[in-house]
Design a protein around this ligand. Structure first.
Ligand SMILES: [Zn+2]
Length: 225
């Protein structure tokens, strides 16, 4: 039986240059999916102690190990990490989860080589830990990955079969629960304007699954609850 746990990792302050600067603070949620075989961690949050990120985003973050333990999950039972994408606030603590394999798309690894895309040393995945996501692949009992590009070229989302029905970890396919409920994704959240149509198709794909619940990286609201 799979269960989705939301992990409250803390928050960052959005700088003036950010399209959502008016929001001020941005919460960061990662997720743990507990299954019969072990735990799949979806995103790991930012790390503190990077001069540029600290200066620009002032992250107030918890350790993923502490947050997992707080949910009663032993970090040594992490079966796999899934990075929805490789922006700095989604992959900064991969290193704390030892040797767990990390699932990312080829498109995302390629995108992350661009300047100013992320913190390269956080996004770097040792070759022996790297797993390439195949669209629709089951990576653990009840845990399936879907390519949902738009926010980034290689963004992916996670489908979890739970006793209560299908739960989606949307990541940043769209920013908010309200956006998931209808309309297009915000153009400012797309990789660039040319990705809007692709992002819309990804969002429609997730909506068409009619999930019982859907969870977002930066919105406290949960669709369906
Ligand atoms: Zn992002």
């Amino acid at each position: 039986m799979a269960t989705v746990h939301r992990l409250d990792m803390g928050h960052v302050e959005l700088p003036e240059s950010h399209p959502r600067a008016a929001d001020g603070t941005c919460p960061i949620f990662c997720f743990a999916v507990t299954t019969h075989d072990g735990t799949v961690v979806v995103d790991t949050g930012p790390r503190a102690g990077h001069p540029f990120i600290d200066e620009l985003y002032a992250p107030q973050v918890r350790s993923i190990v502490d947050v997992l333990n707080g949910e009663g999950i032993d970090e040594r039972h992490v079966l796999a990490i899934v990075n929805t994408h490789l922006h700095f606030d989604h992959c900064g603590q991969n290193y704390l989860l030892g040797s767990a394999p990390v699932w990312v798309t080829d498109e995302e690894v390629e995108a992350a080589t661009a300047e100013f895309y992320t913190v390269p040393e956080w996004a770097e995945i040792p070759p022996d830990r790297r797993r390439r996501t195949v669209d629709g692949e089951l990576i653990a009992p009840e845990v399936r990955l879907l390519h949902t590009p738009g926010h980034t070229p290689g963004h992916q989302s996670v489908c979890v079969d739970t006793p209560d029905g299908l739960e989606l970890i949307v990541g940043q396919t769209c920013f908010s629960c309200a956006e998931f409920e209808g309309g297009p994704p915000a153009i400012t959240d797309m990789h660039d304007e040319s990705w809007l149509e692709v992002g819309q198709a990804s969002l429609d794909r997730l909506r068409s699954l009619s999930p019982a619940a859907a969870h977002f990286s930066h919105d406290l609201a949960v669709f369906g609850r």
